[in-house]
Design a protein around this ligand. Structure first.
Ligand code: NAP
Length: 288
């Protein structure tokens, strides 16, 4: 069977133990993905993450951050459609400056992930009572960002930069447009808790999606703030050597296997696997 309009075959559901309330998916999204259950934020606010990796765990091909997740997935349409779905259920999407530099013209909304389903994503946000677009959040210590990037200039999304005092001074010097909100209260290394507080004191954001990259994932995992990880495995092997470090989904922190996961669901499409995990750590942090 093919999902009309997108001409995508539905994800093949291999396992689904996810609990929570059924998300009121519009017909075409339901036909494509099957049911989606999410623990509704409420008192336990949610933070989820979404990555695509090669079989051998590589999420970015180049050390200089010039390759994005698109190259890793092979620009796989199911991966893009799922990215759009996760963006649709989120109030804020957080990325590190390296991810922005690798995609300077990107906006973090569902339509940019997979334009073919943009009306369905919009309808889903409407059904969930969410703002038209998620808040776009950029994390930078240095403030070394080009004020001409789309995310700072588009009328479509609101943008918040979470940075240090030095970073804020640098952004001002570079002429960051005044429409961009800036949180400049952080020390040199911003904790994930600080980032989340900066978001939630400015926006109603019960559901936050962290889209990486690997350096930003370090504090989020270290502080046990990611509830769930959606991980696409693309069917290639990228390898690494001294010239190309090729990170996995977290850089800058080690965990001695103390962060572990429960497999919630498995879907397949083409030769890609779409995994969903609940994350646990020995010292799970309090809800922010
Ligand atoms: N395959 C996937 O699913 C996927 C997902 C996301 C990203 N990526 C790829 O990953 C690559 C980028 O990796 P990356 O690790 O360099 O990117 P990143 O985590 O997006 O960005 C790193 C930068 O973000 C800022 N930052 C992150 N955490 C911070 C903290 N706690 N405090 C202050 N600043 C913080 C710093 O910016 P400043 O340098 O400005 O201080 C840091 O240099 C890109 O190629 C991107 O496309 C792949």
């Amino acid at each position: 069977m093919v999902c009309k309009v997108t001409e995508l075959t539905p994800f093949e559901l291999l396992r689904d133990d996810a609990v929570g309330s059924p998300v009121p998916l519009p017909e075409r999204l339901a036909a494509l993905y099957g049911g989606l259950r999410l623990n509704q934020p409420g008192p336990s606010k949610r933070i989820i993450s979404n990555f695509v990796s090669t079989i051998d765990g590589v999420v970015a091909l180049n050390d200089d951050g010039t390759s994005g997740g698109g190259e890793i997935s092979g620009f796989n349409r199911h991966d893009r459609a799922l990215m759009g779905l996760l963006r649709s259920v989120s109030d804020a999407i957080v990325v590190g400056a390296g991810t922005l530099r690798a995609a300077p013209q990107h906006l973090w909304n569902a339509a940019r992930a997979f334009p073919e389903l943009k009306d369905d994503y919009r309808e889903l946000r409407h059904r969930l009572g969410k703002a038209d677009e998620p808040l776009n959040v950029i994390v930078t210590a240095s403030g070394n960002l080009d004020p001409g990037y789309s995310v700072f200039n588009s009328d479509l999304v609101q943008t918040l930069v979470v940075t240090t005092r030095d970073g804020a001074r640098e952004l001002t010097r570079r002429g960051l447009p005044p429409r961009v909100m800036v949180d400049a209260a952080g020390g040199e290394h911003l904790s994930a808790r600080h980032v989340v507080r900066a978001i939630r004191c400015r926006a109603h954001a019960p559901m936050i999606l962290v889209e990486g990259g690997p350096l930003l994932m370090a504090p989020f995992l270290r502080e046990a703030l990611i509830d769930e990880l959606f991980l696409t495995i693309a069917p290639w092997i990228a390898g690494r050597d001294e010239e190309a470090r090729r990170p996995g989904l977290v850089s800058g922190a080690r965990f001695d296997l103390e962060t572990f996961a429960t497999l919630l669901s498995v879907r397949a499409a083409t030769d890609h696997l779409f995994l969903r995990y609940a994350l646990h750590t020995k010292d799970a942090g309090a809800v922010v």
